[in-house]
Design a protein around this ligand. Structure first.
Ligand code: FE2
Length: 301
């Protein structure tokens, strides 16, 4: 029991660095508008607005992800972030993130031959179908990212290990992250681990193009994760409360026929799905230079 508590309260990280063009401005604006119009209107009119029966919407079933604006890297609000199930830390990356260093062009020219398993995924409306991986290198992914308007297949470059490469990127990331959110800092329970755990005490890189998506999941070993968005695009995040984890698994199987753990990352629950099944959701937009911190064991997509 005490070990479990130690783990849940410890600071270990699943660090991701995302370079994304997942939404163009117009697409993002309409997504935000749709979401707010449909589901979050009661926050503005909650005293007078009658909730429509169709969603069985309880005003406390859906909320927006809390945003934090620390004034310095040791601002005490960062410790509050560590107690959250899902939180947005805004502003810190903006100051010193080296724009040119993180561009797709720079990645292609400096790290173009690095290979990784690229996730080929259907559009969200087409799930569930089998996913599969394709071996790819960074220069070909960058080439693909320039032609996405004419191709139908979505390709998501995820979990690219950064341990033997990307030193410049990692140094830049280390210089901008506060200690409490940094891998192998004094706050990291795995700081002395001689073993490199990819994505846990060593960051991983994600490259996104418009419309790629991540299915609902818990983080590796249910540890906390720190997700830095370099931009220029933004990502839309949805999370649930851990108390609703079992409900989500049961409903995924009964309604959608999806075995949550055996069909990992294939289930993208809509907000309607959550509301109809009384699963509490929190959602929000991670703009360029925002950090999303996912709490231990929090399910998100
Ligand atoms: Fe995650």
């Amino acid at each position: 029991m005490s070990n479990l508590l130690l783990l849940m309260k410890s600071v270990s990280y699943y660090i991701t660095l995302v370079i994304t063009d997942a939404f163009d401005k117009q697409g993002l604006n309409s997504l935000i508008k749709d979401t707010f119009d449909k589901y979050l209107f009661h926050y503005f009119f909650k005293d007078i607005y009658k909730v429509p029966d169709i969603f069985e919407l309880d005003p406390f079933t859906i909320s927006v992800i809390k945003r934090y604006f620390p004034e310095s890297k040791d601002d005490s609000c960062l410790f509050e972030v560590l107690d959250s199930e899902l939180a947005l830390v805004c502003g810190i990356l903006k100051e010193d993130f080296d724009e040119a260093n993180f561009s797709f062009e720079n990645l292609a020219s400096k790290y173009g031959n690095i290979k990784f398993k690229c996730l080929l995924q259907p559009k969200k409306s087409e799930v569930p179908v089998p996913f599969f991986d394709e071996e790819m290198d960074i220069k070909n992914y960058v080439k693909y990212s320039n032609t996405t308007k004419s191709v139908k297949q979505l390709k998501f470059a995820c979990n690219i290990d950064m341990d033997n490469n990307f030193n410049q990127l990692k140094e830049n990331l280390k210089s901008v992250l506060p200690d409490v959110l940094q891998w192998r800092s004094i706050h990291d329970i795995l700081q002395y681990s001689p073993k490199t755990n990819q994505g846990i005490n060593e960051p991983q890189l994600y490259l996104k193009v418009k419309n790629v998506w991540t299915g609902a999941h818990d983080e590796t070993l249910c540890l906390r994760s720190v997700n830095c968005n370099h931009g220029p695009g933004a990502s839309f995040w949805i999370g649930t409360q851990t108390e609703d984890d079992n409900t989500m698994m049961d409903k995924a199987l009964k309604i959608e026929g999806i075995d949550f753990y055996n069909q990992k990352h294939q289930f993208f629950p809509s907000i309607e799905f959550c509301l109809k099944n009384k699963i509490k959701v929190t959602c929000g937009v991670q703009y360029a230079h925002d950090i999303v911190v996912v709490g231990p064991g929090s399910r998100h997509w």
